[in-house]
Structures are given as structure tokens and as C-alpha cells.
Design a protein around this ligand. Structure first.
Ligand SMILES: [Zn+2]
Ligand SMILES: [Zn+2]
Length: 108
């Protein structure tokens, strides 16, 4: 459905590309290389109608920490959140709409 799909995209806008929680604030493209290195996901290939284009402050901080470790050749000590997999809108069982209803509180 067209209307539902629009709602889906509106919800996506507020989500974090990495942890999938609400609070996306930084363009994920700015961290394209880091996300590719740490999560093996190329965000430049994401469709804006399928995956959020932003990352939250918490994930950004973790990427920033890891970025320094990678540069200095140190082991990555921060626990990285598992990157979320975003699927196109499915009217029957949409993960975005399902997730936002009574989802368990998760640490990013
Ligand atoms: Zn996040
Ligand atoms: Zn949806």
C-alpha cells in the first residue's frame, strides 16, 4: 500500500542505520568507510526507502573510538552493535512497524 509505505519511510528517517533504534542524527555517508571496515556494509548502496540514512550518537561514538584503534593498529576493544538488516516494506509483517511496538529496551 502506498500510504503505509510512506509511513514506513517516515519512520526510517528517525532510525539509526546501525543499531536500528530511534535517534539517527549523523549522515551515515560521512562514516561510509568506517562502517564498511567495521560492519562490512556499504551504506552508499542503501536505498533511502529501505534503510535509514543516519546513525545515532551512540553508534557514532563507537565508530569514532574504533577509528582511532584501527589507525593505531590496536585491537578494537569497544563492543560494536550488530548492524541491523533492513528489508523493504512488507504490509504483512513489516519489521519497522513491528519493532517500534513494544520492542524490548536494548543497549545501543
Ligand atoms: Zn545506533
Ligand atoms: Zn514497513
Amino acid at each position: 500500500m502506498m500510504g503505509q509505505d510512506q509511513g514506513h519511510i517516515k519512520k526510517l528517517v528517525n532510525l539509526c542505520r546501525i543499531c536500528g533504534e530511534t535517534g539517527g542524527e549523523t549522515e551515515s555517508n560521512k562514516y561510509r568507510e568506517e562502517i564498511l571496515a567495521l560492519h562490512s556494509v556499504d551504506v552508499s548502496e542503501d536505498l533511502p526507502s529501505v534503510a535509514p540514512t543516519k546513525i545515532c550518537g551512540s553508534c557514532r561514538k563507537k565508530i569514532d573510538c574504533c577509528k582511532i584503534s584501527v589507525k593505531e593498529g590496536k585491537a578494537i576493544t569497544a563492543t560494536l552493535p550488530v548492524i541491523s538488516i533492513f528489508l523493504p516494506h512488507n504490509p504483512g509483517s513489516c519489521q519497522i512497524f513491528c519493532r517500534l511496538k513494544g520492542r524490548p529496551k536494548r543497549q545501543c
